[in-house]
Design a protein around this ligand. Sequence first.
Ligand code: ATP
Length: 500
Amino acid sequence: MPRPTGPALMEKLVALCKRRGFIFPASEIYGGINGFWDYGPLGAQLKNNLRDAWWRDMVEVPPLGPDGEPLQIVGLDSSIIQNPKVWEASGHVGGFNDPMVDCRESKRRYRADHLHVFLPSDGEGPGFAFVEGEADTALSKIKKAKRDRDQYRVTPLLSLDPAAYAGVIGPDTKEPGSLTEPRQFNLMFQTYVGATATQDNLAYLRPETAQGIFLNFKNVLDSSRVAPPFGIAQIGKAFRNEVTPRNFIFRSREFEQMEMEWFCHSSEAVKWFEFWSQARLQWWKDQGVQAERLILRTHERDELAHYAKKGAGTVDIEYAYPFTEPGHGELEGVAHRSCYDLTQHQEHSNKKLEFFDPQTRERYLPDVIEPAAGLSRGVLVLLADAYDLDESRPSPELLRLKPSLAPVKAGIFPLTKKDGLPEISDRIFRELRERYVVQHDIKQSIGKRYARMDEIGTPFCITVDHQTLEDQTVTVRDRDTGYQQRIATDKLTPFLAEKL
Ligand code: ATP
């Protein structure tokens, strides 16, 4: 059986995540809450490992620049709730909207830009709307109407005059005319700061981590020994009241971002935009994500965000998700934000945010190149990319995660519970746990223990057997190949150090 694709792969993945403790629906015992997810013991560890890899490669050891010199990037951890004026200045209060369409009949709400319609080429009969990537229901409705797919062309709902919606059947209904005109919908979650819930106390949960960086640009400049070109990086939660959260953790209402704002002189912005686009694509490949499932896609002019209208543009790093393949969906965006955000904050706050270059005696607001990645979406990519089936194993499911990202690095097992083997494996466990996340497991058959480790992506299984009593060696089994080699117990730490 080959590795499943499409919805079948998603089903397997979601089931594995639940069964093994990677990801659970939030508030599950109360029936869940749409668009929110909890990370279980293994999911939290996997997410931390990805977060740590990003922080290390961006902040602690940033890459070498185009001239071979180490780049300067510093870290930041700003508040989720900021002065609400921030979001007016950033354009989010006015512009952070998705057009949405309601269905009067099914009461469901859709992102208008996610809806497409099968329109009859001959104008005979209704059109059939569907959510991007979910054409199947519409196709079966066409079949039921005793018509042929070839008699229809596909067009975005937004390209139709709303008057024509009267002749369109919604994705979840049988009769035409239930879709409303698109309306704007602000994606920011609101809350109140302080004891009273009045308009004066209204505040927002941040919809992106980036603004916290712009707000602290001057603080960092004045307190750290940095000067453009340099970066400020931040990892943290972001909240968007998405109209249609879907595809597991791909589009959720609470998620984590890993963003870096790279401040540079406008004359160098194009150079840095190209540098970061390539560097970030390469980084995902370095995390073990298969190169042929990743693409760089340049945004069309008309889909650019409000801040990216001028300048070098935006490029997305996209992955072939099970629900988009053979197409791709966004994993990270690299945007040239020009000096939009700093200009806005300077105007709205009335505080000078300019950088003074003592060498050229130029005073300016730097341009910004922003690589913005989803940490939660990254976890989905790692899981989907690593999922595989190996029919030669009794339990064929395995996650081929990059060893350094795997939540558990090694499973340590005594072959049997007798003859002092558990005592030896316990000693090995106690030694290795000082440096690595490892698990000691003495229950069940060795095959079952291997299978469990394969399923959670553990790269190595260390087994203590009777030969260990004679020559102090153990077998080390490789997850991907099943290959077993004997290694002296005192060589295990250097072995893992090399592999991880
Ligand atoms: P989309 O077009 O998918 O809504 P976006 O272009 O609005 O995404 P950005 O504002 O560029 O996304 O955010 C940067 C990154 O944050 C995205 O590449 C993605 O990885 C992540 N992200 C954005 N929205 C969500 C969400 N609702 N759930 C999970 N991750 C998200």
